[in-house]
Design a protein. Structure first.
Length: 156
């Protein structure tokens, strides 16, 4: 009986370690190849990027963007958004600078202020539904503490 329990524990712990490695790669490992991740916290881009998804974003040159592209950008110092380009505008003061009028797919109106080209983070590559909820949970207390505790217990 003792050997049976030990075998089951070994299988369960191996599966858990494999899952943790996969999650670590999905959440953090992609940064090594220049991909940033963002949790989708609003429904403005549904159904393409549902709330709770983890969005994978690759940097993009503003000159390569076109109407119809979805872009991820800094809305302000603390807020990142992903919306679709509906119009490309030259800057009123400096024509070498371009701005992008954006709108969420699920929104009825365009965003109020055009996005400056310096605020572009990149273009979304893909999203994994529900993984954003998990990423947000483990990046903030108490989820961070639970994740660290779980990892320590698993190592022991």
């Amino acid at each position: 009986m003792k050997q049976c329990v030990k075998k089951i524990w070994n299988i369960v712990s191996t599966v858990l370690v494999v899952l943790i490695v996969i999650l670590a790669i999905a959440l953090v490992g992609v940064r090594i190849i220049g991909i940033k991740t963002y949790a989708v916290v609003s429904g403005s881009m549904e159904p393409v990027y549902p709330t709770g998804s983890l969005l994978y974003v690759k940097s993009a040159d503003a000159q390569d963007l076109k109407v119809g592209d979805a872009i991820t950008f800094m809305l302000d110092e603390d807020t990142v958004a992903t919306h679709r380009i509906i119009e490309i505008l030259p800057d009123e003061e400096d024509e070498s600078v371009i701005r992008f009028r954006t709108q969420g797919d699920a929104n009825d109106t365009a965003d109020g202020t055009p996005v400056h080209c310096k605020n572009i983070i990149g273009k979304p590559l893909f999203a994994i539904p529900y993984l954003g909820y998990f990423a947000h949970f483990v990046q903030n207390p108490p989820g961070l503490y639970l994740a660290i505790g779980f990892a320590v217990i698993l190592v022991i």
